[in-house]
Design a protein around this ligand. Structure first.
Ligand SMILES: Nc1ncnc2c1ncn2[C@@H]1O[C@H](COP(=O)(O)OP(=O)(O)OP(=O)(O)O)[C@@H](O)[C@H]1O
Ligand SMILES: [Mg+2]
Length: 352
């Protein structure tokens, strides 16, 4: 599997830094089954991470440290995720008959063609894809690259919290890894699955085809819009509005005046995301949509999307077939499950 950066490791904690929270999660394998050993989700103060850029590493490091203490984790070794939009992936055709070292030299020589920044600022990895090409002497190679500074910004935060970063993965690959462990809970015959992650500032559509990620696109749209609308209308602070939206402790006109227009915007955004996918691929249909991200918790949203889009929509839960250690609050993790896909995919790297 691809990693932008790696050291030998065993147990790994998945650490997902998003714009509203840090999430940590540890898994184990017992009796042929995955178990969640520890997990925590700690909110970040507004502005610490903006559209996936870490603006305040100290604040994020503090929240991460709190998450580790809350979760009561077993290891300091961690896997982190680089946002997909910060990564370049490219499929290149090469000679089949090359050693890994020869391939690396060749890729580095040609990399300028593929990477729009200086090579000495890049972290690269590559993997031969096991597809058969019409010419048996050639193979496809998947190249992934990011700026070293993207890895360093995240590693720094982990180190501030006393962790030792061992793997930097790409967010979309972590998602794919998480998807694989619960893909068999989807109805039979489902092959093309859209994972629609509606977060705080971003909405990401990722498409899985036969358990492989084939498409990812981020749009600037999310729950932040709803929080801001609540703030403006009812004169609340950002934090108050964020809380009120979950507890629903809001005036009577909230549903019709605020929530419904937001839900309409979500439907439009989802339809647009799908349209982008269809127009940039050979697909014009998908079999199923998994709703992910914090907004998946809005009651009735999955059903509304199913009605309006005409595809089966369910809420993503990577833990459907997993066990939970006694220290896990099962009710809480069920609530957070749709936001924990990336953390889960990262933690699964322990078992590569
Ligand atoms: N029960 C709920 N009702 C309404 N909104 C909710 C609920 N639970 C969470 N949210 C919203 O979901 C968003 C957080 O979701 P998530 O954790 O997926 O975002 P994120 O990954 O931090 O953001 P981004 O993906 O933009 O970086 C926030 O806007 C939050 O207010
Ligand atoms: Mg997110």
């Amino acid at each position: 599997m691809l990693r932008l950066y790696r050291k030998p490791n065993k147990g790994l904690m998945g650490v997902d830094i998003s714009s509203t929270s840090v999430k940590v999660l540890e898994l184990s394998v017992k009796s042929g089954r995955y178990w969640v050993e520890s997990y925590a989700l700690v909110p970040l103060s507004e502005g610490s991470v903006v559209e996936k850029n870490i603006l305040n590493p100290e604040a994020v490091g503090d929240s991460l440290e709190r998450a580790i203490n809350l979760a009561n984790t077993q290891t300091v070794n961690a896997a982190l995720a680089i946002p997909t939009s910060m990564v370049i992936t490219k499929i290149i055709e090469m000679d089949a008959d090359m050693t890994s070292d020869e391939r690396e030299v060749q890729i580095r020589m040609d990399a300028e063609q593929y990477i729009p920044f200086p090579l000495d600022e890049a972290s690269l990895d590559f993997e031969v894809i096991p597809d058969r090409l019409s010419n048996p002497n050639r193979v496809n190679v998947l190249l992934v690259a990011t700026r070293i500074e993207n890895i360093e910004a995240r590693s720094e935060v982990l180190e501030l919290a006393g962790l030792s970063p061992k793997i930097a993965d790409v967010e979309s690959f972590a998602l794919e890894n998480a998807f694989k462990v619960f893909a068999d809970t989807l109805p039979m015959g489902v092959k093309t699955v859209g994972i629609l992650d509606i977060g705080h500032s971003m909405t990401t559509l990722s498409v899985m085809q036969n358990n492989k990620v084939i498409y990812t696109r981020e749009q600037v749209f999310g729950g932040k819009q709803l929080t801001q609308e609540i703030q403006n209308r009812y004169g609340l602070s950002f934090e108050e509005a964020g809380r009120a939206k979950k507890t629903r402790a809001l005036p009577d006109d909230y549903d019709i005046e605020v929530l419904e227009p937001f839900l309409e915007a979500v439907v439009q955004q989802a339809a647009r995301s799908l349209q982008f996918f269809f127009s940039s691929s050979q697909f014009n249909e998908i079999d199923h949509i998994l709703l992910a991200g914090g907004n998946a918790n809005i009651p009735g949203l999955a059903k509304l999307l199913q009605q309006k889009l005409g595809y089966r929509v369910t809420i993503a839960n990577p833990f459907l077939q997993m066990g939970f250690s006694p220290q896990i609050d099962i009710k809480k993790i069920e609530n957070d499950a749709s936001s924990l896909l990336v953390a889960c995919g990262l933690a699964l790297r322990s078992f590569d």
